[in-house]
Design a protein around this ligand. Structure first.
Ligand code: BTN
Length: 254
């Protein structure tokens, strides 16, 4: 895949959108050493220091906005596989619904998926952030960086090539949605909290408690609650152990 690299951008996803609006269709990676206005899911800021991975992939095809969210799962599976290739079977990696990457149950990175209508049709932007060198502090959940696993920790540069290579394979497997069942099965193999009681934060402060039963055919979370099964397409998962809020501060419980 092609790649353009910048020292600094507001956000690699914003640059991807700008390029799509001027006719780019991808596949194209946009990477930056640092972002001045990085964005996370649900309009949150994404705070990430220099040396971390900030990358966005522009993808276009026959798929439209309804299938594009599946690319978040493709990206999760590909990123974990790439980390394992690059770090030689690094343990403690997991995926947290919908688009988080965990290391020892603390946040290692996240995926921001956005759709853009350009002059030649719909494109998806898959934005991936990984804490390679440093993890931000002061978050309402624990975060971790790859540098904490040892001196031979992976840099953003070392991850990008395997990530791009594995992504090509995962995209083939996805086959614009026809192979989503395979991607979903792989994703579930590494799912954090599967079969456990989780807390799910919804919009407007609503919360649900239930058992994480799995994902439906479209990637929505199936939660078994006392009031019956709920199928959710957005929310924040809080695991019972490891990733918790303790009186508004980050902390770990084991
Ligand atoms: C999340 O967990 O909320 C998603 C974080 C996504 C961060 C990445 S960094 C590269 C790309 N550019 C952005 O502004 N955001 C994504």
């Amino acid at each position: 895949m092609r790649l353009v690299a910048f020292e600094e951008l507001q956000s690699t996803n914003d640059e991807a959108k700008r390029l799509i609006e001027s006719g780019e269709r991808g596949p194209l990676w946009i990477v930056a050493d640092r972002q001045t206005a990085g964005r996370g899911r649900l309009g949150r800021p994404w705070i990430s220091g220099e040396g971390n991975l900030h990358a966005s992939l522009i993808l276009s095809g026959e798929f439209g906005p309804s299938l594009a969210p599946q690319l978040g799962f493709v990206a999760g599976v590909a990123t974990l596989a790439a980390l394992r290739v690059a770090a030689g079977n690094l343990g403690g990696l997991a995926l947290k619904w919908p688009n988080d990457l965990l290391l020892e149950r603390a946040k290692l990175g996240g995926i921001l998926l956005e759709g853009v209508s350009g002059p030649s049709g719909f494109s998806a932007v898959v934005g991936i952030g990984l804490n390679c060198v440093s993890a931000p502090s002061g978050l309402p959940y624990p975060a971790r960086a790859l540098s904490e696993i040892g001196p031979a920790a992976l840099t953003a540069e070392k991850i990008l090539t395997p990530l791009s290579d594995v992504f090509v394979v995962s995209l083939d497997e996805w086959a614009e949605g026809a192979g989503f069942a395979n991607i979903r099965a792989r994703w579930l193999e590494d799912a954090a909290g599967l079969g456990e009681t989780i807390r799910l934060g919804l919009a407007q402060g609503e919360e649900l408690l239930g058992r994480f039963e799995g994902l439906d055919a479209g990637g929505r979370l199936i939660l078994g609650t006392e009031a019956g099964e709920r199928v959710l397409d957005a929310g924040d998962v809080f695991l019972a152990h490891g990733e918790v809020e303790v009186l508004g501060q980050s902390g770990r419980v084991s």
